[in-house]
Ligand binder design. Structure first.
Ligand SMILES: Nc1ncnc2c1ncn2[C@@H]1O[C@H](COP(=O)(O)OP(=O)(O)OP(=O)(O)O)[C@@H](O)[C@H]1O
Ligand SMILES: [Mg+2]
Length: 258
């Protein structure tokens, strides 16, 4: 099962990713978590020790040069298009509490430099992880969907779009759905987050009639309070944990229909 989690900035992609990662792990699945957001924070959401000391793949300059043949940041035109990546997950992932995590990191775009080699390696790696790995792979994506290529799209079993009650979040969800269908992702579903009242659910479902909703997570200030006090935000809300169980069940049922 390969699940990618997307949506507008700040809607709760990392929270949902971390909750699902914990739920799959708790149920005995071997889980590989991928932080594919350049603004990395999945490690900290999952409670990895010293999350700021994890070196993202995009900053492993020697590795990038060794595999692509071009020094990172250099405008090389002769980099390998299909660098070897199969050994990278075992060597460069971090393990905590039974969960394996790979942090992809930032790839700067535009400007004067070319970042082809970093991009090439990250893209090859994500595609490889999604295609070859037989674990549950959960990918916390950057806001938007530009990072999903056709090759990646083919390997994702489920694209979850997180939405919150608000126009911008709806617009992003609709753009993601359009782009997803353009690149061949058919299995797409939504999860509502930061729900404050039944009207929020009506707002989301009536404005996004083309989406199947797997669940709705309430807004719960104990989550942000836990973040501030250094507590466990993932276990701060019992209602959210129950909803995650239900989302897990639906994901598993859609994978193994009886
Ligand atoms: N259901 C909720 N109740 C209360 N606070 C929430 C809820 N969901 C998310 N938050 C808070 O909203 C903020 C953004 O959440 P999160 O980091 O998961 O979003 P994101 O989509 O990953 O953001 P980014 O686009 O920056 O990666 C966090 O401070 C988080 O604790
Ligand atoms: Mg995030």
């Amino acid at each position: 099962m390969k699940i990618a989690i997307s949506g507008k900035g700040g809607v709760g992609k990392t929270l949902l990713s971390a909750l699902l990662i914990k739920e799959y792990s708790r149920r005995g699945f071997s889980v590989l978590a991928i932080d594919a957001d350049p603004d990395t924070n999945l490690a900290s959401a999952l409670g990895f020790p010293n999350p700021d000391n994890i070196t993202p793949i995009s900053e492993m300059k020697e590795l990038i040069e060794q595999r692509t043949g071009v020094k990172p940041g250099q405008p090389g035109s002769l980099f390998k298009l299909n660098p070897r990546v199969d050994d990278i997950p075992d060597t460069y992932s971090k393990m905590h509490d039974g969960i394996r995590l790979m942090v992809m990191g930032k790839v700067k775009r535009g400007g004067s430099g070319c970042y082809c080699s970093e991009n090439t390696l990250l893209q090859a790696l994500i595609t490889h992880l999604l295609v070859v790995n037989n674990e549950v792979v959960i990918l916390d994506m950057a806001a938007g969907i530009e990072h999903l290529s056709r090759a990646t799209a083919k390997a994702v079993d489920k694209l979850l779009v997180v939405v919150e009650p608000g126009r911008k979040s709806l617009e992003t969800a609709l753009r993601i759905k359009q782009l997803a269908s353009d690149i061949g992702i058919v299995n797409i579903a939504a999860v509502g987050n930061k729900i404050r009242n039944p009207g929020d659910i009506d707002f989301l479902t009536s404005n996004l009639p083309g989406f199947v909703f797997l669940g709705f997570l309430p807004f719960d200030s104990s989550i942000t309070e836990a973040e501030i006090s250094g507590g466990n935000a993932l276990e701060a809300s019992q209602t959210i944990l129950l909803e995650i169980e239900s989302i897990f069940t639906q994901l598993e049922t859609s994978r193994n229909p009886q």
